[in-house]
Each structure stands twice: as C-alpha cells, then as structure tokens.
Design a binder for this molecule. Structure first.
Ligand SMILES: C[S@@+](CC[C@H](N)C(=O)[O-])C[C@H]1O[C@@H](n2cnc3c(N)ncnc32)[C@H](O)[C@@H]1O
Length: 561
C-alpha cells in the first residue's frame, strides 16, 4: 500500500475525496418573500427511506459498549493520528479534531476570498465555536500561508448532544443550524464565505436551507474532511462568494425566529424547490451515506475480531494518510507571537479543553491506570497536632507556603468549566475563599471532595497544591474509585468512576467525616488534625511522587503568573 510523496494510492485517496459540489441551473429560484415560511412542513418519502436505511445500519451499534466501540473506531480511523502528528511536529495551538477539520476546509477551498487577500482586512465571525479550535486553525493558516490577509468569513460548527435520540440527529439540530445560517447571512458581506456544519440532509429543514444557500452563494460544496470520523454523519457545507438577498426576503426568513414558530412551517413549499435540485441533493445524500454505511459495516466486521494482517494494514494506512495529509496541506510551525493565546499565561484550563477533546498522553499529560487495591483495608488514619504553617513539603521544594490564593483571569476558565461541568465535578483552588491554616484547608478540601464524590461524574482537581501527606493521601484514596487518573499541568483528572468502588471509598470518607466531628467535640477545639489517611507505602511510589511534584510545580507556577 506504499505511496510515494504526493501520489496517494486509492486507499488513502478515499479519505480525501469526500466532496460533493452542487451544479446550479437556472431553475433554482427562490419564491417571493410573501411565500416564505407559509406552508406546512413537508416530507419527501424517498429521503425518509434513506434515513431509515442509515438508521438501520446505525442501530446495529446499540448492542456494543460505547467506550469499547469508540476505542475500536478510533483505532481503525487513520485520521486520528493526524492530530498527534500536527501537535507534536508543529506545536500548533489547540490542536484538536476540530482544528484539523477546519484546517482542511480552509486549505481545500478558497473560503479566504481573493478580495479579502487583496484588501488585507480580517473580519471573521465564529458561531458555536467553543472552545475555539477553528479560530486557532484559521489563525494558523492565515499567519503561515497568507500573512497579509483579512477575511470575510463566518464559520458555524454548532452541534448538541443527540445521544438520547441519535436516529433523529438532523431534526434535533435543525433550529440551531437555522439560527447559525441566519446570523451568517445577516452579517456576511458580498463575496464572503460560510462554512457550516450539518449532519444528514433527509429532512425538509435541511433541504430548504441547502436550497437557500445554493441560491445566495455562487458555489456550494459539501465536504467531509479526512479528519472527520468516517462513521459519523458530520459534513461541512462550504459556501463561496455570497450575494446578499433583499431586506424583505431576509426579514421573511427571520419570521419563525421572531414568532417562535420554526417547528410549524417550512421555509419553502415543495413546489418552490426545483426538481433538479432535489435530484442533486438526493445524489449528495446517497454519496455520503454510502461511504458512512461502508465504514460502519467494516468497523462492525472487525469489532473484537482484529487479525494481525488487519492491524498491519491499518498501521500502514494510517502512516500513509498522515504523510499525505501533512504533504497536501503544507502545515508550517507558527511562532509564539502569532498564536492567539500567547506565552506562559495560558491558563491550564486551556490545556484541559485540549485534553478532553483529544485524550492523548503527551509531554504535559500522563495517564495512570489505577491498580487493583484492597480498598476495604486501606484506611490508616493518624491524628496529630493542628498545623497552621507549612515550611517544608516532600511533594515540592518550597518553604513557608500559605494557602492564600490569588485571583486568576477567569474568562477562558469559565467557558471551559461550563463545558465540562455536566460530566465532571470540578474542585478548583480558585473557587476557595482565603485560607490561613494548613489544617483548616485540609478540612475544607475534604468537605469539598466529600460533597462532590459520586459514581456519576469524573472528578477534576485544579490547582490545589498537594503539599501534605493528608492531601496527597486523600487524592490517592479517592482515585482508587476511578479507572484512570490523569496528571496534566496543574490538574488531576479522575476518570471513569466505578460504582462499587465509589461506595467502598465513600465508607472511608464517612469515617473521616465522623472523625472531624469528633475532633470538633473535643474541648481543645481546633488543636488537632487528621494528618495521615493511608499507609505511606501506598503513595511512596516513585512515579506518583514524581507526578505529584510536577503537578505542584505547575500549580505554583500558574499561581504566580
Ligand atoms: C463541535 S463544538 C465546536 C468546536 C469548535 N468548532 C472548535 O473548533 O473548538 C460545538 C459547540 O457548539 C456549542 N453550542 C451548541 N448549541 C449552542 C448554542 N445554542 N449557542 C452557542 N453554542 C452552542 C456547544 O456547546 C459546543 O461548544
């Protein structure tokens, strides 16, 4: 399967040829504005049959364990390795799958228009873009490929979690996609470009939207980037050279948004849509659906059934796809000054976003698989003198460290935090009030853990200096309830809670809680503290000590920037 540079073989080509271009004809006209959003919604039986066909194939996946299936498809998808290749070779900013997908879009199509290049003006708007990889990819492209340019471009990458009803993904996102398109059409200048994500195109709302886009852009192409997972329905609509419509028509398009009646009416009636457009959209739907079904079926065939030849084939294919990608899109390194978020002030939450989107071990991120430990007998509490000041720590070379905290710039932090909080309990040092004594901090940190420890969520510990045996022991203790522990910069991510282990660890937390109550009842209030929780030998493991020290190093570094 070897490829020579620049000459991909058919297996590699398959990942780079997922494009469809609409060929307009003169019959593709829009109705008068008085007829927009007037008719009831329609369905096209043939498109619904396609939808059912695709859903039938997808339904086979219901039997599989999601995590196992996702690992399997990730392994089989050669594009996965492109992310790490770019990250490690070019040290680009926020390199995620989204970064790669958008880099493909901007390299493959002239969405940065000639006009913009000539005028040298940059105006781009990004809708539904958190955490911002599209923006970083665009910045990287412009600064390294056409540094003189300014752009008139809108990107819209909105999607929502459709796990509750994956068979109806298109309907679930149709309003979001309508809103994105309306914003784009209102703000784009003549000649501008739009890149908007869609999924399938079986429903009337997508069909009408595509008809509209075809009308007001000179060229409309549908693109599945190589780095978009082959088994999903995600597609990007690349719209080039915009001609704005009349104000009356634009107002008519906004009526469902203003009146809140999007669900009732269709943008256009079936009679207004040219049959030749319907033929093309049908061909387009079939083109991408066929590819998706093939990949799903192949993935099913090799699920739990991978032979040596297959493994070798995939390794080979992956390496060829990565080579071809890097060669085709000619990525160059970007200097630090040209990055969007520069220098050492990048908050660790930024890396966290990157981590959650790529889940890769790297120089700043280490994964530990939690060993089987007898949780029931691990608690080994020692009580000692209440501690106010800390002068030395074996977990970091520091002296006179106080648990006072300075405030950080919270903008990016809040964005990322809101993205993660559904699935993770976040215990961040920056959320604590001022603390003066070490023992007081022990107790407050413990209570925070005690309240947030559940089998339903991962746990993220952000920027909490773990400088005492108690704190390190507590984190070690709760880590036993999770499958993996990640150390990344000043964060510890405890991932995939195990229900029965959570309940075992919870029993110990209850004991500690009770001990604190007992300490409070003692006459000499606040003169004692719990100083150790688990036997030393558990944490006196070289790897853990080293990782905790590195984590503390980052924690203290971020606090001082
Ligand atoms: C696929 S992600 C976008 C990734 C982005 N292109 C990047 O490069 O980092 C889709 C985003 O759309 C956001 N989203 C979904 N519905 C939204 C809404 N109504 N308003 C704003 N954002 C929304 C999600 O929270 C998510 O951050």
């Amino acid at each position: 399967m070897r490829t020579s540079k620049g000459r991909p073989n058919k297996h590699v080509c398959k990942y780079f040829n997922r494009k469809f271009e609409f060929k307009k004809d003169t019959s593709w006209n829009l109705p008068a504005s008085k007829d927009v959003y007037k008719e009831s919604k329609f369905i096209i039986p043939e498109f619904q049959r396609l939808k059912d066909g695709l859903n039938e194939v997808k339904a086979q996946l219901n039997e599989f364990d999601i995590a196992e299936w996702s690992n399997h498809t990730k392994y089989r998808d050669p594009s996965t390795s492109i992310i790490s290749a770019i990250k490690h070779t070019f040290k680009a900013e926020l390199v995620t799958q989204a970064w790669c997908k958008f880099y493909e879009c901007v390299s493959e199509f002239p969405i940065v228009s000639k006009n913009a290049i000539e005028q040298g003006q940059l105006n781009s708007v990004h809708i539904c873009e958190a955490p911002g990889a599209f923006i970083c990819a665009l910045n990287h492209y412009i600064k390294t490929q056409i540094p003189e340019v300014q752009v008139q471009l809108v990107t819209a990458d909105g999607s929502i979690d459709c796990m509750c009803n994956p068979g109806d993904q298109e309907r679930l996102v149709e309003y979001l996609h309508y809103c994105e398109a309306m914003i784009a059409l209102h703000i784009l200048e003549t000649g501008g470009s739009l890149v908007i994500k869609i999924f399938t195109m079986f429903e009337e709302s997508t069909i009408c939207l595509m008809y509209l886009l075809n009308y007001c852009f000179e060229k409309v192409k549908i693109f599945k980037p190589c780095t978009s997972k082959s088994g999903n329905s995600e597609l990007y609509v690349i719209c080039l050279n915009y001609t704005p419509m009349s104000d009356t028509f634009m107002s008519a398009l906004l009526v469902p948004y203003i009146e809140g009646k999007f669900k009732e009416k269709s943008m256009f009636s079936m009679d207004h849509i040219s049959p030749s457009f319907l033929e093309q959209i049908n061909a387009c739907a079939l083109f991408f659906m066929d590819k998706q079904i093939r990949v799903i079926n192949e993935n099913i065939k090799y699920f739990r059934n991978v032979c040596y030849e297959q493994k070798r084939w995939i390794t080979n294919l992956t390496s060829n796809v990565v080579d071809y990608f890097l060669n085709k899109y000619r990525i160059f390194p970007l200097s630090n000054e040209d990055k969007i978020v520069t220098g050492s002030k990048v908050h660790a939450m930024y890396h966290m976003a990157e981590f959650f989107l790529t889940k890769e071990e790297s120089a700043y991120c280490t994964k530990i698989n939690i060993d089987e430990v007898d949780i029931s007998s691990i608690l080994d509490v020692q009580i000692g003198k209440y501690v106010v000041n800390l002068y030395h720590s074996k977990y970091h070379t520091t002296t006179n460290y106080s648990y006072n905290q300075n405030k950080i710039n919270k903008d990016l932090y809040n964005v990322v935090r809101s993205m993660l909080s559904n699935r993770s309990s976040i215990i961040a040092f920056s959320d604590f009030d001022q603390f003066y004594g070490v023992s007081k901090f022990h107790r407050i940190f413990f209570l925070e853990i005690y309240q947030n420890f559940t089998h339903q969520k991962n746990m993220l510990i952000v920027g909490v200096p773990l400088l005492t045996n108690f704190l390190v022991g507590l984190v070690f203790l709760i880590s036993l309830a999770f499958k993996h522990m990640w150390f990344l910069n000043n964060m510890i991510v405890l991932e995939t809670p195990q229900k029965s282990k959570v309940s075992d660890v919870r029993k110990h937390l209850d004991v500690i809680y009770k001990m604190y109550e007992d300490i409070d009842k003692m006459p000499e209030i606040f003169t004692k503290d719990i100083l150790h929780l688990i036997p030393f030998e558990c944490i006196y493991n070289k790897k853990i000590i080293k990782l905790i020290s590195q984590y503390n190093e980052c924690t203290l570094k971020y606090r001082s920037t």
